[in-house]
Design a protein around this ligand. Sequence first.
Ligand code: TYM
Length: 327
Amino acid sequence: MTRRFSGIKPSGEMHLGNYAGAVQRWVDLQDDSIYCVVDLHAMTVPYEPAALQADSRRLAMLLMAAGLDPQRCVLFVQSQVPVVAELTWILNCVATVGELRRMTQFKDKDSGQESVSAGLLDYPVLMAADILLYGTEEVPVGEDQIQHVELTRDLAIRFNHRFGDTLVVPKATVPPVGARIKDLQDPTAKMSKSVDSPQGTILVLDEPARITKKIKAAVTDSDTTVRFDTENKPGISNLLSLLAAATGRPIPDLEAEYATGGYGTFKAAVAEAVVDYLAPLREQFSLLENEPGEVTRLLAEGAAKADAIAQKTITRVRAATGLLARS
Ligand code: TYM
């Protein structure tokens, strides 16, 4: 079986881009896979400690509600397997400052800031450590993370070249639709939890009426034809991607069905499909909210399973890099 690993940051709520671009596929491909709430990554920008704890638990619950079954996959919170920090340090001595500075996500977050944490620059090395610690072959992500997975590949290849064949070289996989969901108010920017655009972002736990309102208010264009054309019709194309992700239907079929019916009818169909798509998740989440003890237990079990895999890798890495064995 193929070993998969992926992660999601507990900064703010899970949004529809996370769900359609990544989490949906994690649920479909969960056997022999490892999924992680990356709380250490959330510390790279200013945050509230109490909120981070609550958000990490909440996100883990959302992943369970979305369908990740801790009996079938390993689901854990990153910092509960602290050996990842050790591998990050070792990989820091393989990565170069130049390649980290070239990461587009670093450039986006760094620009206009007076001072950013060293952790923000180092973010992709921590991500590489996540992936490499677990012998990952495939990393299911949305398009925005491809560059980070490419860097992980480079680091693994460089490490193996320098220290002998030790790390599995992974590759990124993206979904056929939904890999790049855009902001509803600015369809040239990706839907994101950190951007200050509450009307442009659908949170997976938004009430149905709120989802419908946001989709009906989505920015489109002055034309009247429903057609997939990201260059000239970014808003309509984004809604088509959402409808395709929510229904599992191919975009050409949807274009044929909605081409001439008007934007109002089309938006109503998108809203209904997205509400239906998220309904099971909302229901499951409210059940889990009544079982906080069970969630804590499942996360502890997940961390123990992840740690067992991680220890094997770090033992090999320590030996290969010339560190003394731990007695
Ligand atoms: P994060 O938390 O920003 O996003 C989690 C996943 O959601 C995808 N995604 C999107 N997909 C489509 N459209 C969008 N608008 C959209 N926004 C987000 C992301 O591509 C991602 O797959 N650095 C990672 C977390 C991470 C990780 C890892 C991922 C840490 N370690 C190891 C994979 C492997 C991040 O910030 O994801």
